[in-house]
Design a protein around this ligand. Sequence first.
Ligand code: SF4
Ligand code: SF4
Length: 83
Amino acid sequence: MYIPSLFTRKGPRVLLIQIKDDACDFCGCCVGVCPEDAIELQEARITLIEDRCTNCAKCVWVCPFEALIFLKPGAGVLPEAGK
Ligand code: SF4
Ligand code: SF4
């Protein structure tokens, strides 16, 4: 069985960042923090440019509305209080 690696020399094969559109406030914080210019904000629409994203998760940590999710369990999602 072929299992693709997560990273190539130029970036990830698998995008681990997911946007929750209904939670996004279009504040632009994630755009400013992304070192790869991998996030575009156009009025009420936010887009991840997949082949630029390196899954660094900086956007996830900076989002004040928890509208970005890092899909790798335990690496990018803060545990809920009390767990
Ligand atoms: S930081 Fe969060 S709320 Fe702000 S534009 Fe990015 S995803 Fe949306
Ligand atoms: S994970 Fe890193 S490279 Fe990808 S969009 Fe977020 S800040 Fe940019």
